[in-house]
Design a binder for this molecule. Structure first.
Ligand code: MLT
Length: 325
């Protein structure tokens, strides 16, 4: 009798998951973005959500759940019902470095999520305000060496990519700066423009209008190659100042663990179809967004990437001595 009940329950779960996936998506879908609106993660998520929702014929709502470097929104997504209606826009910080940065993280990027698809990557750019005395990355390093702790870096929150890349820059350059945390890159960059802070690493695509509009100056790139189309004359940090320095933020979509497989597949397929829009990919490329080979976007490849990044960051965080709790 007990066996029969167990079998019926298993059949019932399989049937309801199958039925749900067939009807999916029957209503609006939510993507949680764990940073303030107007920043790089939000901009990338809105752009991709717009294209994917058109493919699926269903609205994707962006919910900004900002704070603690993305970990608040990620924890919320991990606790959501895995019914295909709530997803997390994840990135390198809280889904890669998070477990190494926080001893007490309430979610596990690998065990508590199913990877859905990876977004394209973006390199970062080292930025200063228009009236900054620093005219190059070398100037900035020299000033920070002369006065430890005096140069302020704004970042999008502790554990965000702007914070992590600045911490790696600090470790690699052998300097000591003060990091000022915000709830996202949008408020952090506003204070950089207003002269409240001295320096910031931001994603090269969303910083571009500020640089082109003359509100900020780009000193260096975290890519190993220059970006002459977007940032003419701006050298990679690796070129002379910090050989071997290379960083780009990776992003992607996750569902709470246990989401029906068909939902993951349909979402991934909708994204691949959207990427077939050459005008869109040309526009992303012209902003310096790094398009990847198709296989990298797949759920399995993205799950492997997440797991390997969690391991990679354990070493990076230990070597750079970044601990947040
Ligand atoms: C980051 O630095 O992690 C992101 O730029 C945060 C954001 O999207 O606001």
């Amino acid at each position: 009798m007990k066996c029969l009940k167990t079998l019926l329950a298993a059949l019932c779960i399989t049937f309801s998951a199958g039925a749900l996936a067939q009807a999916w998506p029957a209503r609006n879908i939510t993507w949680i973005v764990p940073f303030a609106a107007g920043g790089p993660t939000d901009a990338m998520a809105r752009d991709i959500a717009d294209k994917v929702s058109k493919q699926m014929g269903q609205v994707i709502v962006i919910e900004n759940a900002a704070g603690a470097g993305g970990t608040i929104g990620a924890a919320k997504a991990a606790r959501a019902t895995p019914d295909g209606y709530t997803f997390l826009v994840g990135h390198m910080g809280y889904m890669g470095a998070g477990p190494a940065l926080y001893k007490k993280l309430s979610y596990d990027p690998v065990k508590d999520f199913d990877a859905v698809f990876r977004f394209p990557d973006t390199p970062l750019v080292l930025l200063v305000g228009k009236s900054s005395p620093y005219k190059s990355a070398a100037d900035l390093i020299a000033a920070a060496k002369a006065a430890p702790g005096k140069v302020n870096f704004s970042n999008a929150g502790l554990g965000s990519s702007s914070h992590l890349i600045a911490a790696l820059f600090e470790a690699k350059a052998g300097i000591d700066v003060t990091q000022v945390a915000y709830k996202g890159a949008a408020p952090a960059i506003n204070d950089l423009i207003a002269g409240q802070v001295d320096v910031m690493f931001d994603q090269s695509n969303t910083a571009l209008p500020q640089v082109q509009g003359g509100r900020l100056t780009a000193l260096a790139l975290t890519s190993t190659s220059p970006m002459p189309q977007q940032y003419p004359g701006v050298p990679p940090l690796a070129e002379k100042v910090l050989p071997g320095f290379e960083a780009a933020t990776w992003y992607g979509l996750y569902a709470p663990k246990g989401v029906p497989r068909e939902v993951v597949q349909k979402m991934h397929q909708a994204y691949l179809k959207a990427l077939g829009d050459k005008e869109w990919t040309r526009r992303m490329g012209s902003q310096g967004i790094l398009l990847l080979p198709d296989a990298s976007y797949a759920p399995e490849a993205f799950a492997k990437h997440t797991a390997s990044e969690v391991e990679r960051w354990r070493k990076v965080v230990t070597d750079a001595k970044i601990q947040l709790d």
